[in-house]
Design a protein around this ligand. Sequence first.
Ligand code: GTP
Ligand code: MG
Length: 418
Amino acid sequence: MSATMPRTESVFEEFSDAKRKIQEVFEQIKEQIEAVQTFIEHVVTIDTDHVLSSDTIGDLNELVVKVTGVHEILSRDQMKVAFFGRTSNGKSTCINAMLWDKVLPSGIGHTTSCFLAVEGSGKPNPYIITEDGEEQAVEKVQKLAHALSGAAEKLTEDSLIKICWPKNKCRILNAEVCIVDSPGVDVTPDLDLWIDKHCLDADVFILVANAESTMMQAEKNFFHKVSECFSKPNIFILHNRWDASAQEPDMMDEVRAQHMERAEAFLTDELKIYNSAEAQNRVFFISAREMLNTRIARTKGIPENPNNFPDGFKSRQLEFEEFEKKFEECITRSAIATKFSQHVSGGESTVKHLSKMLANLNTSALVVRNIANDEADTQKMRKNFNKEQMEKVTKKVHEQISTITDNVSNQVAAALDI
Ligand code: GTP
Ligand code: MG
């Protein structure tokens, strides 16, 4: 992590901690299932009367596949934020400011021409992955995703390019956040397709509005559609280009109040997702460009000169940082609740299923032992095992079964505590 970047400790870590704990639980559940598998295979060799149900081994294999699948999903799980707004409002610049670098193409006019997801990568150099899975040089993004590139291979607006950026360069990517940039909501008639393709797993939505004008109907329509798909979406509204207000200081407070009033009415009366106080906590007045330039300079070690700060710069900077803090808290809590609770309940049902099988196995093992105790049958069993060996094996099975049951229920209780 760069020495210039502040705040290494953050609420983001709660997500990674929770993820690690749940992964450990699933690893242990898998270990327990495999232990049961080993014992069943052992019991089968002495169960010449086929007391054990033939489904047991198949059921256990299915459980292993299920648990391995959840473990894989967990390893890919990340927090996701999606940025929307009209063309040129500063979506890409705002993301770049949060990433402390010019990661995404930005510029005047219509720039971003398809979806771009920025994710942390363990590799030292950035690269991109297109929808067909092809890995390409990061510079290619200008050709594929810039509206003005004119390149033949330019992608359609609902396509997605993944930008894999070294996570050690940026704490937000290091914290397993995926940031999605989009073309302006005014450039497509098919907003439903955008939501279906790119947003259904988003934890937070950010509307980047233009403080020099006002929130547009195209932007509102998009968020109406979002709130049809999510029961209570997490939305932040950033009034960007607030540096422009420094040019008209006499009107600044009134303009701010006007924007705030409209944004609040949108979140409360129209979308009906927040009350008034909550809504006010979701609205910020920022300058993404100032923030990006300041952060790039800081990363390069260029000293700041407060005498050169434009009017109101410091308060815009503080407001941007305040937005980032609230955003971190919101996305972390929301992602833990939505992404992991389903895995925890899946783990719980797996364990219940396993316990049921263990109870059946317990009964079967007793039957196997009873058969062995019966003199006539013992003769039959002796073909494979003598009575003493049989006693030993079944005793061990019983001990292991109760240990496994205890372990599994302890682990699930720990997972539910997260
Ligand atoms: P599209 O990709 O075309 O939808 O635009 P976008 O919303 O991603 O906007 P982008 O980040 O490309 O910014 C558009 C232009 O606005 C660029 O020239 C930015 O430098 C400029 N810009 C972005 N943020 C600010 C800001 O806070 N203040 C000012 N003055 N200009 C800004
Ligand atoms: Mg853009």
